[in-house]
Design a protein around this ligand. Structure first.
Ligand code: GLP
Length: 238
């Protein structure tokens, strides 16, 4: 547990920096949402001070179905704006499922295979939804799931509506890495801060391993770290 969201971001940034420094051609799994923004800002700053990304390969967790890469609310646009445009990564080494692919199921299979082709992810950075989802693996998901197209839960659609002008524009479906895709990473680091994540965090860490809280499947991973601020950890404290 850390005192502030800033310390969560600083710690997450430090772990990724250490990995890139020791393994310059590492494979990073990346997340979107508001939670990792400060971590990405930190990585951009470290790049400005010499950290190189030119051999790093990245895979993102998810993308909205139906959004083209240049849609301002797409996760492609988010990653460009918040990280990729500001570092020296080779864009051909960045992988995000395409929400505008002609055949979304085929796109999911291609994405999953591309992770296997590079030998898997070394470090996957995650956030958590207030209903316990990770990526877009919603409650009820299968622990053996791989990358696939999913329907978003009503609370996720509501949470995401803050990024869209009109309610009818909020995507109802997404392409997401599966629980098994995420668990296949060597190391997983989940970031959470704020009281609105406290219940999901407590269920994920101290509740039963259950599809009711998809993040609880992380308990089965041998190297998974939760970086929490005091508010997110508040229901775990005695
Ligand atoms: C979305 C993303 C998740 C993310 C979650 C939490 O649903 N698909 O990967 O963890 O939002 O978002 P935030 O960090 O904005 O709370």
């Amino acid at each position: 547990m850390l005192a502030s969201p800033a310390q969560v971001a600083e710690t997450a940034c430090g772990m990724i920096t250490d990995l890139i420094t020791s393994v310059p051609d590492c494979v990073l799994g990346l997340a979107t949402g508001s939670t990792p923004l400060d971590t990405y800002r930190g990585l951009v700053q470290r790049h400005q001070h010499g950290l190189r990304f030119d051999e790093v390969e990245t895979f993102n967790l998810d993308e909205y179905a139906g959004l083209a890469s240049d849609h301002p609310q797409s996760y492609h646009a988010y990653m460009a704006e918040n990280l990729f445009d500001h570092i020296d990564i080779d864009r051909s080494d960045t992988h995000i499922p395409r929400g505008d692919a002609d055949d979304l199921d085929e796109e999911c299979l291609r994405f999953e295979q591309s992770i296997r082709d590079v030998g898997g992810v070394d470090h996957w950075l995650l956030g958590i939804g207030s209903n316990g989802h990770v990526a877009f693996n919603e409650p009820g998901c299968d622990p053996d799931s791989t990358t696939r197209v999913v329907d978003l839960a009503p609370e996720t659609i509501t949470a995401n509506s803050r990024f869209f002008d009109r309610a009818e524009d909020v995507p109802r479906r997404a392409l997401t890495a599966g629980i098994s895709t995420i668990l296949s990473a060597d190391r997983i680091v989940l970031l959470a801060y704020g009281a609105n994540k406290a219940e999901a965090v407590a269920e994920a860490i101290a509740g039963p391993v259950s599809p009711d809280c998809p993040a609880s499947f992380l308990q089965t991973h041998p190297d998974c770290t939760f970086l929490l601020d005091t508010a997110a950890a508040s229901l775990l404290l005695p």
